[in-house]
Design a protein around this ligand. Structure first.
Ligand SMILES: Nc1ncnc2c1ncn2[C@@H]1O[C@H](COP(=O)(O)OP(=O)(O)OP(=O)(O)O)[C@@H](O)[C@H]1O
Ligand SMILES: [Mg+2]
Length: 383
């Protein structure tokens, strides 16, 4: 029944801080992925939890037991390394069968589990091969089988599918999830593939530069990201900077986006304001007149037409990509912003590059964030 807790974990390598004040609780039986750009500290986090590295500060708990200082083999976990580390002198079978033998299981039971695990990753027919006779992807599969054979209730997978081709990756991703749920394991799966994280996780731990940004369900991260970095990292997003012009009745405010008219006359300013105006929701009057804001909207929540003017900004189609089930348009707006708009392929109307259009921003589909002090570009950067 492994429940995990990381409390105030920091790891420094000289001047580099690979993880900083990480606090995280993982429930028994949860499938959690750790997601984030390269170098953000994902491997560091799981190496510390597994006891391969000791933290500079903080403690890890497995089922309420403080495991700081306790070696890996006494933490009872299955670990799939980012760089597959098979025993080079052993065959595929011996690698997978290693933990059951060391743990002194009944021979029949050990062989049954080993067969099942190798079958799951479709590697049973290579059971007599040595690691040097396997490709990178094949080694990765044996690494997965070996970790499953350990019979531990806690499974740590660090980029377990990265060396596999797209189809096998997809298949194994669901197989591993099914197995984890079936056997009631707790799994921590490191990846930088957001689609992999979205499709398998109960919750995602999103990291950036050694820190946790957000811990949430895939759905909440996509639909209700708490901050701009999350909105940008998970899925496609459009960002439009603006400032609050007017706060209306109820929960609605108007915001002006894009640069002010160069002409400077009152008429020009009014005209620009009108053309650049977006209506946003303003729950609890969070934003006041003059506040800088960033409006975020997913491409599938925008639509394009020639005639619908309400809640629309004018623009011109600059690019059009056929994506199978939908068409992705790039539209240069009158506000100088460029937005992506995704329209179902089944929609009757197809627009062409160069066409003048109106892009509709439905207020309830817009998420609005305070303008970040450090600037939008800085907040979105993956470093
Ligand atoms: N042994 C080490 N000595 C010094 N710095 C290290 C060491 N291991 C990791 N780092 C640094 O710590 C940071 C986090 O590394 P980590 O391997 O945890 O990243 P990651 O999120 O797993 O990246 P990736 O997606 O590329 O695997 C990086 O800046 C890395 O250079
Ligand atoms: Mg890593």
């Amino acid at each position: 029944m492994p429940e995990i807790e990381l409390r105030g974990i920091t790891k420094r390598f000289g001047k580099v801080t690979a993880a900083e004040n990480i606090n995280l609780k993982i429930r028994d039986g949860e499938y959690v992925t750790v997601l984030g750009p390269s170098g953000c500290g994902k491997t560091t986090l799981v190496k510390i939890l597994s006891g391969i590295w000791e933290p500079t500060e903080g403690d890890c708990f497995i089922d309420g037991r403080k495991v700081t200082g306790i070696p890996t083999y006494e933490r009872d976990l299955g670990y799939i390394f980012q760089n597959i580390a098979l025993f080079p002198h052993m065959t595929v079978w011996q690698n997978a069968n290693y933990a059951p033998i060391v743990k002194d299981w009944d021979r029949e039971e050990a062989d049954k589990v080993t067969t099942e695990s190798l079958e799951l990753v479709k590697s049973l027919r290579r059971k007599g091969f040595k690691p040097f006779e396997l490709s990178g992807g094949e080694k990765q599969k044996v690494g997965i089988a070996r970790a499953l054979c350990a019979g531990s209730k806690l499974l740590i997978l660090d980029e377990p599918l990265s060396a596999l081709d797209a189809r096998v990756r997809l298949e194994l991703r669901y197989e591993i999830k099914r197995l984890v749920k079936e056997r009631g394991l707790t799994a921590i799966h490191v990846t930088h593939d957001q689609e992999e994280a979205m499709s398998t996780s109960d919750r995602i731990v999103l990291m950036r530069a050694g820190r946790i940004v957000e811990v949430e369900t895939p759905e909440n991260l996509y639909n209700r990201p708490k901050n701009l970095f999350t909105a940008n990292f998970i899925g496609e997003a459009n960002f439009i900077e603006g400032s609050i012009l007017q706060c209306g009745t109820g929960e609605i405010a108007e915001c002006k986006t894009g640069p002010l008219s160069e002409c400077g006359s009152d008429e020009c300013i009014m005209e620009t304001r009108h053309k650049h105006r977006l209506v946003i929701k303003n729950p609890a009057g969070q934003f006041k007149v003059g506040h800088g804001v960033v409006v975020m909207v997913r491409p599938e929540n925008l639509s394009i037409s020639h005639d619908e003017k309400e809640h629309s900004l004018e623009g011109r189609i600059t690019d059009k990509i056929f994506m199978g089930s939908f068409i992705r348009y790039r539209v240069g707006l009158v506000t100088d912003d460029t937005v992506l708009v995704e329209v179902p392929e089944a929609d009757d109307k197809i627009f062409n590059i160069g066409e003048k259009v109106n892009v509709k921003f439905r207020p309830k589909k817009l998420l609005v964030y305070p303008q970040p002090m450090e600037g939008l570009k800085e907040v979105l950067s993956l470093e």
